[in-house]
Design a protein around this ligand. Sequence first.
Ligand code: NAD
Ligand code: TYD
Length: 345
Amino acid sequence: MEIARFRRILVTGGAGFIGSNFARYLLEQGAPEIVVLDKLTYAGNLANLADLAGRPGFRFIQGDIADPAAVAAAMENCDAVVNFAAETHVDRSLLEPAAFIQTNVQGTYVLLETAVRCGVERFVQVSTDEVYGEVLTGRSRESDPLRPRNPYSASKASGDLFALAYYASYGLPVMVTRGANTYGPYQHPEKFIPLSVTNLLEGRPIPIYGDGRQERDWLHVRDHCRAIALVLTRGEPGQVYNVGAGNHRPNLEVARTIVRLLGLSDDLIQHVADRPGHDRRYAVDASKIEALGWTPEIPFDEGLAETVRWYEAHREWWTPLKSGEFADYYRRNYGARGVLGRGEQ
Ligand code: NAD
Ligand code: TYD
């Protein structure tokens, strides 16, 4: 089953980081029609889709996945749905959890309910490896218990469970993907890699939470998009698929590599107070999606170097994202950790 067989695919959250890369990937793969539904929260950005606007087969609708009328209109005549729409930042979920429950739980429910009514043929719920909670040793398998430890991962775990319940209860052909930490072009500068790169480009330090030995498995956004597309076309309904690249790195090592790529000094790495409940490690066993035919293609060192160059070359894209609302968030989040202690306000 190839992408081009779908007449119309709804991509929710398609103005965000992974969703916009995915919309671009679908068009490259010959998808006849794509509808992007996005609320355009602080994380949604039409600039992420600027090169797709006006292309035949591409339509953008501004709307909330928790609004049944907006969802019904967007899902009309869609045979497939891929749900990226979410509140996604752990630090913000610690400051203000309510929006996470509203979008990641209630919004997912509205999408599932509407998909049943519309008779959607394939529904991919894009989730995260963070639902397993921290994994100090070994790798999470899809059948492992979910032990989320912060409001973001708890809300995503809840969305997963509703998605799987809609398969069992109503026969909606749902697949869930649980991807690892993703990086690449168009990622909002609140997240670790783009925050580090753009801070350095602005002459600011990289704030490292705690000892910096927490480990993440870094997955390039293009590899992540290929995995989601494969699950969309070949995944088995009712199944969960982990997506991980095996690029486990401690945060401190990632920070040092970025500093080096920009020809700067390690003095720009500044330890600050730790994130409360900071998960020390995530790691998934990806053999199930590998058996479907997926394998990561972008080595981390190459992907990171290319990503650093992308942010260097696209200041006009990220500079506006670091003012206004973000400056406020930065003061609230990083002021409390001491990163602003040297008069950086
Ligand atoms: P992002 O924050 O860059 O984008 C989220 C998008 O969803 C934004 O465009 C935003 O405007 C939109 N949105 C938020 N609330 C909405 C609502 N109520 N209705 C409609 N649109 C809404 O996020 P991302 O990093 O691209 O993540 C996309 C998905 O992938 C999320 O579900 C996330 O949990 C999952 N995921 C992300 C990562 C990662 O490392 N970034 C890893 C694994 C899984
Ligand atoms: P992040 O990009 O927020 O993703 P997640 O928390 O969903 O894994 O953070 C990645 C890692 O980097 C995580 O261990 C927290 C750490 N981190 C910092 O050390 N400093 C920062 O300023 C940020 C944003 C994250």
